[in-house]
Design a binder for this molecule. Structure first.
Ligand code: NAD
Length: 353
């Protein structure tokens, strides 16, 4: 495993003080497991958990992550971080990862809508069957709660805005279908097996360390990468499609609040967003302005199959159930994120030259 302490790309972006006020000492010395903890959101969650004093076991097969950030975490707190490279489909890796843990944060998944259209069975296996195996292992290990990373894609193209949890789900892609199945499993495990669960339906999470180099890259790093290379980014569709772009610190806070709650959460589903609607074209303009780019305006390509048109969260239920309120707005989150990628991608370009 490569460990580069000095690499700015691996450093935590968010001060733990932002969370400490909200969860007090709930995580001090608590044993937890984070599946997908080497990934984008999982990595930020692990930063916070370690800073709050938790003992964290990360289970990740590194299929969509490099080990750099995990290496930094181990360097930072060797007694508090254990890394198991393995799959959530492997019962022995799961039982090793969950031995003695009290909370399981389940983030491991195949995260791309377009890839799920190409590989529906693989997506179902990891995202649905994998979630069932995580629940089973957590229950067998005696964990008290599983906190599941669900997806707002469950709402599909229902035109009603904002999205509320009592709306009928209309998944439109194999990814959405499998993530929604994961919610049903969490609920059924809470009802049938005496393990508490909660489903956090994320709305377009962004922040540092999100993969910028895959064909399915999330829109923010994908735009920045093109501009760093003096190329126009591509907007799929007319750019008028809207999203609730939510800074990763808000998703981390939601996980921490859900894990610390003293209420029985009983498989409930809660939206985790910022509650603000922004079009992809507006987002591109904000990034363009922050980077100080001249010209190179986005080009348009046909809309992608399975993508929803509009999305924004009603976050009332998350407020009521776990006391969630966003702590970072789009402008502030985007400023740090754009500056970070701008630097990291320029360093990478110069390193490759
Ligand atoms: N990023 C978003 O905007 C968003 C929105 C809605 C829901 N989510 C959900 O949040 C979670 C985290 O997403 P992310 O954006 O951090 O994605 P990510 O791809 O960065 O993280 C997922 C991690 O899971 C790991 N993984 C994949 N398959 C695995 C397997 N079989 N066993 C063990 N590990 C495996 C990957 O290596 C990766 O590290 C996912 O469940 C995703 O569906 C994310």
């Amino acid at each position: 495993m490569t460990r580069r302490m000095s690499d700015p790309r691996t450093q935590p972006e968010i001060s733990p003080d932002a969370y400490r006020d909200r969860v007090q000492d709930a995580y001090q010395d608590l044993a937890v497991c984070v599946t997908g903890g080497a990934g984008f959101i999982g990595g930020h969650l692990c930063d916070a958990l370690v800073a709050l004093g938790a003992r964290v076991t990360i289970l990740d097969d590194l299929s969509n992550a490099d080990a750099r950030h995990v290496g930094t975490l181990i360097d930072r707190a060797p007694e508090h971080v254990r890394f198991i490279q393995g799959s959530i489909l492997d019962p022995s890796a799961l039982s090793e990862a969950m031995d003695g843990v009290s909370r399981v944060f389940h983030l491991a998944a195949l995260g791309s809508v377009p890839k799920s259209v190409e590989q529906p069975e693989r997506t179902w296996l990891v995202n649905a069957t994998g979630t069932m195996r995580v629940l089973k292992a957590a229950q067998q290990a005696g964990a008290s709660r599983v906190i599941y990373s669900a997806s707002s894609s469950a709402y599909g193209n229902n035109p009603t805005l904002p999205k509320r949890e009592d709306m009928a789900p209309e998944p439109e892609s194999p990814y959405a279908a499998a993530k929604y199945a994961g919610e049903s499993l969490c609920r059924s495990w809470a009802k049938c097996y005496g393990i508490d669960t909660i489903c956090l339906r994320y709305f377009n999470i962004f922040g540092t360390r999100q993969a910028a180099d895959s064909a399915y890259a999330a829109v923010i790093p994908a735009f920045i990468k093109r501009w760093v290379h003096n190329e126009s980014p591509t907007i799929f569709g007319d750019g008028g499609q809207t999203r609730d772009f939510t800074h990763v610190s808000n998703a981390v806070l939601a996980n921490l609040l859900a894990g610390a709650s003293t209420t029985n959460l009983n498989g409930e589903v809660v939206n985790i967003g910022a509650g603000v609607r922004t079009s992809v074209s507006e987002l591109a303009s904000m990034i363009h302005a922050r980077m100080g780019i001249e010209g190179l305006n986005p080009e348009h390509a046909p809309e992608r199959i399975g993508e929803v048109r509009d999305s924004v969260a009603d976050i009332t239920r998350a407020k009521e159930l776990i006391g969630y309120e966003p702590i970072t707005n789009l402008e502030d989150g985007l400023a740090t994120t754009v500056d970070w990628y701008n630097q990291a991608l320029r360093d990478e370009r110069e390193g490759a030259a």
